[in-house]
Write a protein that binds this ligand. Structure first.
Ligand code: SAH
Length: 344
């Protein structure tokens, strides 16, 4: 074990803990602010904290290590999408995807290493849950990808590997960190959290972060069909989930997004589209359709363009707000968990 392994990782401390440690060292509070700001700007070590004297940098290096997400591999798609394989402290791998839209760059980050939700079409869950990511590590995904790409990231979606509401406290820590005016100062309205439907946490979330956008992965229009592809539906039935979504929209005044991955021959027929429209009619919502990104191990494929367009038109005809997403980054294994699976 190197001496560095015995030191406390400065980045892993909460702001409060860091202030306390700095205080014990006789440092004024603004030193922590400077350090946090440097961390958020992508500094790779104490040597990049140029407002610190050489002596202070050396003192800090004696006491603390500086570890974080390290970009191990980047794949660039012909459509501009970039997929990052990140190595986290301790050696675990996780993924983030940078998507370039006309309205700004959006980073999709992971909230867990692996996932234990067991959705049948998803690559992230194939090996189960390896470990939770800490809030600061989620922030570090953003910092590492921003530094590496040189691009400004104006939106964040928590749609990468993992179930954010299965890691609730660290999710909250991440949201506070990324919103911190002394750091990245990202507006809550530019953040979207996606869940497979953990109702108790959805209810807490409406209270804790009413300005953050909520997306719910639906993927089916009946309890039976949903249960067949998403085990969580057995714990929280579709009818309860839809009620919780309506309540969420009422409480926050913000529409809920529904994710619906179109799986060829499974959930992409006219009947499903009509049932979905009937379920959602009259609620403050938006449906995001996306042809499934094929994951070899699952044997499932995404619907073709014509089927997807027909599905969308049926929803539109019923007055449901709907977007058919392009499946970005198909050529770079951009579906949740696909890249990581090839490197573990
Ligand atoms: N656990 C959360 C967030 C991570 S998954 C959730 O379930 O919402 C992010 C989104 O990608 C979810 O909507 C998920 O259902 C979807 N997804 C997973 N695998 C996919 C695939 N192969 N193709 C398209 N979407 C997929």
């Amino acid at each position: 074990m190197s001496a560095d392994n015995l030191k406390v990782n400065i980045k892993a401390l909460s702001r409060e803990e860091r202030r306390r440690k700095f205080n014990e060292m006789g440092l004024p509070a603004y030193r922590e602010t400077q350090l946090f700001s440097r961390i958020c700007k992508g500094a790779l070590g104490f040597d990049e904290c140029r407002e610190f004297s050489l002596k202070l940098r050396e003192d800090l290096k004696e006491r603390f290590s500086w570890e974080g997400a390290r970009v191990e591999l980047v794949q660039k798609s012909s459509d501009g999408t970039m997929k990052f394989l990140l190595e986290m402290p301790g050696g675990d791998k996780c993924e983030a995807v940078l998507m370039r839209y006309s309205y700004g760059n959006t980073l999709c980050i992971s909230t867990q290493v692996g996932c234990r939700m067991g959705c049948s079409f998803c690559a992230s869950t194939l090996g189960g849950l390896k470990r939770q990511l800490a809030g600061w590590e989620m922030l570090d995904e953003l910092i590492a990808c921003g530094r590496h790409s040189g691009l400004e990231i104006s939106r964040v979606v928590l749609l990468g590997s993992g179930e954010p509401f299965d890691n609730y406290d660290e999710l909250c820590e991440f949201l506070s960190l990324v919103h911190d005016p002394e750091g990245l100062n990202l507006s809550y309205r530019n953040i979207t959290v996606s869940t497979c439907g953990l109702i108790p946490q959805m209810e807490r979330f409406a209270e804790d972060f009413p300005q953050v956008n909520l997306a719910v992965s639906l993927h089916a229009a009946s309890q039976e069909e949903r249960e067949a592809i998403m085990p969580i539906a057995k714990v929280y039935p579709l009818s309860d989930l839809l009620k919780a979504c309506r309540l969420h929209a009422e409480r926050t005044g913000r529409r809920v997004s529904y994710e619906f991955a179109l799986i060829e021959g499974k959930n992409d027929d006219e009947g499903t589209a009509k049932r979905l429209a009937a379920l959602l009619k009259g609620s403050l919502c938006h449906v995001n359709l996306i042809p499934l990104n094929p994951v070899e191990e699952t044997g499932l494929s995404g619907s073709g363009q014509r089927t997807a367009s027909r599905f969308m038109r049926i929803l539109e005809a019923e007055g449901i707000a709907v977007t058919l997403r392009r499946s970005l980054g198909r050529d770079i294994d951009a579906a949740c968990g696909q890249l990581r699976n090839k490197h573990i």
